[in-house]
Ligand binder design. Structure first.
Ligand SMILES: Nc1nc2c(c(=O)[nH]1)N[C@@H](CN(C=O)c1ccc(C(=O)N[C@@H](CCC(=O)O)C(=O)O)cc1)CN2
Length: 288
């Protein structure tokens, strides 16, 4: 059984990005820039936002962090994003989710210019993924999962994949990316009938339900590849995935742990998207 090490893979990707940014700095005198916006003081968001800023530093990217009060008005947030849309130093804009209830997440996401939507959350980018276009920003978690599967030589073409979860930021784009890789994809969700039977048919199982230990050993085929997107904080304060790791890892051919699996890949792919945006802006994308 192989443990799919997202932490190490994300560090490898970071190194590749850093080398490219070093060369770009030498060649153009400029580096990519990412603006990270956090509203309120959600402790998990603070961890992720700080980690994004630290990763920017590690790869040599310019970053700007905007920490707004939890009662900031929607108009003020829109105004900030519009300012960042016009800022030439900034190639990517990210508004950390979730946002407080008084702010319309969709409106905020759609305010980010398509050229700077490095989270890949806008309808336009999701549509481009569905169309199988390469020239778009793929949402970071699904993009990271595909990258992990490829780097661990998991055959996607012709594989039966089951995605559990249908969110706009993970389940739906992931299903589209897997289809683009010629996998046969079933998307399961809270209304799915005989979910366990469907999961049991799968060569690749991807759990993104947000329920600790949802996927158990009896639901998984011997030799399946299991990817766990869940990040659930247990009562003991520890992090748990959507997959019951101890049991499932005895049957799986390969599995991602939590922590250290999909999570770190999300930030690595954010760096990749921001670099892509910079190269496009500098007209370097065709040359590299
Ligand atoms: N604007 C966005 N908001 C959110 C996104 C996103 O991609 N863009 N995804 C999640 C949170 N997220 C990134 O923002 C994220 C989640 C988890 C990790 C991660 O590395 N997790 C570690 C554990 C970290 C811990 O100790 O808590 C792991 O799994 O090993 C990175 C990024 C929701 N919001």
């Amino acid at each position: 059984m192989t443990i799919i090490d997202g932490k190490q893979t994300s560090l490898d990707i970071r190194d590749e990005i850093k080398k490219e940014i070093d060369d770009l700095r030498e060649g153009t005198g400029r580096v990519p820039g990412l603006a990270v916006v956090q509203v309120g003081e959600n402790p998990a968001s603070r961890v992720y936002v700080n980690s994004k800023v630290r990763t920017c530093e590690a790869v040599g990217m310019h970053s700007e962090k905007y920490l707004l009060a939890k009662d900031v008005s929607q108009d003020e947030l829109v105004e900030l994003i519009e300012k960042l849309n016009r800022d030439e130093k900034i190639n990517g804009i990210l508004v950390q989710l979730p946002l407080p209830k008084h702010i319309d997440e969709e409106l905020i996401t759609e305010t980010i210019s398509s050229e700077k939507d490095v989270d890949g959350f806008k309808a336009e980018n999701l549509g481009r993924i569905l169309m199988g276009e390469e020239d778009c920003f793929k949402s970071c978690t699904p993009y990271g999962i595909i990258e992990l599967l490829k780097r661990y030589n998991v055959e996607l073409s012709g594989a039966d994949a089951v995605v559990i979860g249908r969110s706009n930021i993970v389940g739906k784009p992931l299903a589209a990316l897997l289809i683009n890789e010629s996998a046969t994809v079933t998307v399961c969700h809270s209304r799915t009938k005989e979910l366990a039977e469907k999961v049991k048919q799968a060569d690749i199982v991807i759990a993104a339900v947000g329920i600790k230990g949802f996927v158990t050993a009896d639901m998984v085929k011997e030799g399946a590849v299991v990817i766990d997107v869940g990040i659930n904080r247990g009562e003991d304060g520890k992090l748990y995935g959507d997959v019951e790791f101890d049991g499932v890892s005895k049957k799986a051919k390969a599995i991602t742990p939590v922590p250290g699996g999909v999570g770190p890949m999300t930030i690595a792919m954010l760096m990749k998207n921001t670099l892509k945006s910079f190269k496009k802006y500098q007209n370097l994308d065709k040359k590299n």
